[in-house]
Write a protein that binds this ligand. Structure first.
Ligand SMILES: C[S@@+](CC[C@H](N)C(=O)[O-])C[C@H]1O[C@@H](n2cnc3c(N)ncnc32)[C@H](O)[C@@H]1O
Length: 183
């Protein structure tokens, strides 16, 4: 039986896993990501998105198909896969870099798909706080319960949606705004 990604994270650590496999990364749930982004086109401003922890550009590809060309993306381990799929580069920023203040632009939305649960729990508030200094809408796409950003002080869940995998598992889209000091 093939090993699940969770077992692999446990064996190698998240960093070790993506250092080994980042260049060939592809998400088997691309169809649900695409469905969720299409379903929510009217509610999310896609004009200048940051595709955070972009992998091989699952979110960026859909936005490109929808005609949005100003998407930026970042991931510490998958630049090669992103370049191969999108034909353009992404930044190497990690969650830790963002917490340290690396972001310099404003984004119409930040979308983090299948990745924010990888942010260490003790960095989650600082990461979210930093992201809201650069966007009004933070969107996560996740097959997990975590992270529950609505539990953070100053963060409000404004809408959510889901798509079902062929096995009937929910992939959720959750959109957040902040009541932190306006930027
Ligand atoms: C399951 S993949 C999701 C990729 C893509 N967004 C998607 O929807 O398929 C998780 C991503 O998190 C990235 N990642 C791992 N550790 C990270 C960190 N410390 N900071 C930012 N991204 C990280 C990995 O490189 C990987 O691309």
């Amino acid at each position: 039986m093939p090993k699940g990604i969770r077992d692999k994270y446990q064996e190698q650590g998240v960093e070790g896993y993506y250092l080994d496999h980042g260049a060939g990364y592809e998400n088997p749930h691309f169809a649900q990501i695409e469905q969720l982004l299409l379903q929510n086109e009217k509610r999310i401003d896609y004009r200048k998105v940051l595709d955070l922890s972009c992998g091989s550009g699952e979110v960026s590809v859909v936005l490109q198909e929808l005609g949005f060309s100003e998407t930026e993306a970042c991931d510490p381990y998958t630049q090669e896969a992103y370049q191969a799929r999108l034909g353009k580069s992404c930044y190497s920023w990690s969650f830790e870099d963002i917490v340290k203040g690396v972001l310099g632009s404003e984004y119409s939305a930040v979308i983090c798909s299948f990745a924010m649960h990888l942010c260490p729990e003790d960095l989650l508030f600082s990461l979210t706080y930093q992201l809201f200094q650069h966007t009004e809408l933070l969107v996560i796409i996740t097959p997990h319960k975590r992270p529950e950003l609505e539990k953070l002080e100053g963060v409000t869940l404004v809408f959510e949606d889901y798509a079902l995998t062929p096995k009937g598992k929910k992939v959720r889209l959750k959109a957040y705004q902040s009541t932190f000091t306006p930027h």
